[in-house]
Design a protein around this ligand. Structure first.
Ligand SMILES: Cc1ncc(COP(=O)(O)O)c(C=O)c1O
Length: 346
């Protein structure tokens, strides 16, 4: 059954020039490949993702039947939910987490059980208790959105072993920004499907391309749970060349994001906000003035994400690190002015 309304986050009246509200990767234009060079046949023919699947498989040292290229991580998540959830099955989600997961569970007809995970270690014991003995699905988002918290390798291994009757869907959308990448470990575990994307560290959200990795039977189930040509020919053409070259050209941007993340966390903490240590390309912080700060930033040309409801989301902001020194300096300057003007008025 479809959700009651389409996904629409809170938006400002105008569209500010600096967009730090959707965690998109913002690579410099010169690092972006030329989509206009797409050969004519890649426009004329139905797209074939097998070349990109082979490139990814080769990089990871696995067989191509363990990779399915999808229309972004979103499509991979939806396929996993459609393939593994049904009305008699439950899905365990961390709370808070990426809000589309609840919607995908509803589309698959399964029920949702939430386990609180606001910061720090992933709550393995509480998740195992909630999962019980019946087969179902456990979604782990690491780094989690919106908090940036991560599951450790030890906890992922324990979760997989103790919940052997569950499929664990491990959403690694932000893994390139984290200290530890769990992809190789996930590939060694028999009940884990890992989901990756070209939208974040690779800076290609507009191309809508991601992929799922897992046991061959699970990947086959995902292929059957959606349309056969999810990613367009030009998108595949561009991403094949990027993926073959590896993350090299994005590394400077990723390092810059990591530096900004620590500085932004410290800045928000010094301003009295309850900021969460993050391993993603954003920082999540709570402050009673979240809404007015969101509006004031918007008035000064900077969009960030404001959350207004949900037990652990009320009065919260999530700010994407731009990965660009000049834009980051502008963000800190404007934030400083907003916090200082408040102090003066108090
Ligand atoms: C945790 C998480 N997973 C998946 C996605 C979907 O990304 P995409 O469909 O662009 O790959 C997002 C997007 O914001 C996300 O935050």
């Amino acid at each position: 059954m479809a959700a009651e309304s389409a996904y629409r986050p809170p938006s400002l009246d105008s569209s500010p020039p600096i967009m730090l509200h959707r965690n998109e990767g913002r690579l410099p234009a010169k690092a972006l490949p030329n989509i206009a060079a797409t050969p004519a046949d890649r426009l004329r023919c139905y797209p074939d993702a097998s070349k990109l699947e082979s490139i990814i498989a080769r990089k990871l040292g696995i067989k191509p039947n363990r990779v399915s290229v999808t229309a972004g991580g979103d499509d991979a998540l939806l396929r996993t939910f459609l393939a593994y959830l049904e009305p008699s099955r439950s899905c365990i989600l961390p709370a808070p987490t990426f809000e589309m997961l609840t919607r995908y569970a509803a589309l698959a007809g399964g029920s949702v059980r939430s386990v609180r995970w606001t910061k720090g270690e992933y709550p393995v014991d509480a998740v195992l208790k909630s999962a019980g003995d019946l087969p179902g699905l456990i979604a782990v988002v690491s780094p989690n959105n919106p908090t940036g918290a991560v599951i450790s390798a030890v906890d992922l291994r324990r979760l997989s072993k103790s919940a052997s009757n569950q499929l664990i869907v491990l959403d690694l959308a932000y893994t390139e920004f984290a200290d530890v990448d769990l992809t190789d470990l996930a590939l060694d575990l028999p009940n884990v499907v890992a989901i990756r994307t070209f939208s974040k560290a690779w800076g290609m959200a507009g191309l809508r391309c991601g992929y799922a990795l897992g046991p061959a039977e699970a990947i086959d189930a995902l292929r059957r749970a959606g349309n056969p040509f999810p990613v367009s020919g030009p998108a595949l053409f561009v991403i094949e060349s990027l993926a073959a070259a590896g993350l090299g050209s994005q590394q400077g941007y990723i390092d810059q994001v990591r530096r900004e993340r620590e500085r932004l966390f410290q800045f928000l903490t010094d301003c009295g906000c309850d900021a969460v240590p993050s391993q993603a390309n954003f920082v999540f912080a709570k402050t009673p003035r979240a809404e007015s700060i969101w509006r004031a930033l918007g008035d000064r040309g900077i969009a960030v994400r404001w959350f207004s409801d949900g037990e652990d989301l009320v009065n919260a902001l999530r700010i994407t690190c731009p990965g660009d020194e000049a834009v980051f300096a502008q963000l800190i300057k404007v934030l400083g002015e907003i916090f200082n003007s408040r102090r003066e008025r108090q």
